[in-house]
Design a protein around this ligand. Structure first.
Ligand code: ADP
Ligand code: MG
Ligand code: MG
Length: 252
């Protein structure tokens, strides 16, 4: 089973006032079959971690390593990371004007598999995935993220997850902006992915709400660019009751 290993990761971004350090030594190991939750206050660097693993050019890795089954992820081009089995759902998915969901999904699937999916089964698979997320087949004809509601963006991410079937999925605030019905539908999609048994999931979230529907095996509290505390699901319960104050104070 796959193992994503993040070791002592330090990341900075360039700002008008020079480089700004955001990640300050992140250590995290995600193995196939495990669901991890990263929880932390706004601005603690959670999305920076996701972008850094995704290979976003704005984020400079100043030290540390990220490996997938021993292979250097940071050395891979963005599309190689996807081919290696990494999937990243961003907090703010970008619009792709002029590209339909159907074409986008097919292009991504072709890039990852190295060959185009068989048309007949593919159309069926896409419609099944859309149906699983309680979306109309017509949705596939819309342009990617153009005019999507917050809920549609997040459902579309889970449609991708289902069709691309990566080894490790990193989901950044997949719960944000969802009403309770959409949250349940999206959570069910993530759980269906997890039930395959060999998948690693890193669920990044600010709120504990989604953890009522997706049960993490491990919870990491993220403060000021690093993991401040780790535990099991009980840590999420403590955060739900008491918030982040204890950790922020301890880290200050
Ligand atoms: P979180 O996802 O936990 O809310 P982020 O990773 O989005 O946190 O941001 C962490 C910190 O880094 C914040 O102070 C944010 O303003 C800063 N930051 C993130 N990306 C950039 C960027 N591209 N340019 C400047 N500052 C950034
Ligand atoms: Mg998780
Ligand atoms: Mg964020």
């Amino acid at each position: 089973m796959a193992t994503l290993e993040i070791r002592d990761l330090h990341v900075s971004v360039d700002t008008e006032n020079g480089p700004k350090q955001i990640l300050r030594g992140v250590d995290l190991t995600i193995k196939g079959g495990q669901t991890h939750a990263i929880m932390g206050p706004n601005g603690s660097g959670k999305s920076t971690l996701a972008y850094s693993i995704a290979g976003h050019p704005k984020y400079n890795i100043t030290s540390g390593t990220v490996t997938l089954d021993g292979e250097d992820v940071l050395d891979m081009a963005v599309d190689e990371r996807a081919r290696a089995g990494l999937f990243l759902a961003m907090q703010y998915p970008v619009e792709v004007p002029g590209v339909s969901v159907a074409n986008f999904l097919r292009t991504a699937k072709t890039a990852i598999d190295g060959e185009a999916p068989k048309l007949r089964t593919w159309v069926k698979d896409v419609n099944t995935a859309l149906g699983d997320l309680e979306m109309d087949p017509e949705f596939a004809q819309r342009n990617v993220n153009e005019g999507f509601s917050g809920g549609e963006k997040k459902r579309h991410e889970i449609v991708q997850l289902e069709l691309l079937n990566p080894k490790i999925a990193i989901l950044d605030e997949t719960d944000s902006g969802l009403d309770i019905d959409a949250l349940k539908i999206v959570s069910t999609g993530v759980n269906r992915f997890a039930e395959q048994g060999d998948k690693g999931i890193l669920l990044i979230t600010h709120y504990t709400r989604i953890l009522r529907y997706i049960k993490p095996d491990f919870v990491h509290v993220f403060v000021d660019g690093r993991v401040a505390e780790e535990g099991g699901p009980e840590l999420a319960d403590e955060l739900e009751a008491n918030g982040y104050e204890r950790f922020v104070k301890a880290g200050a």
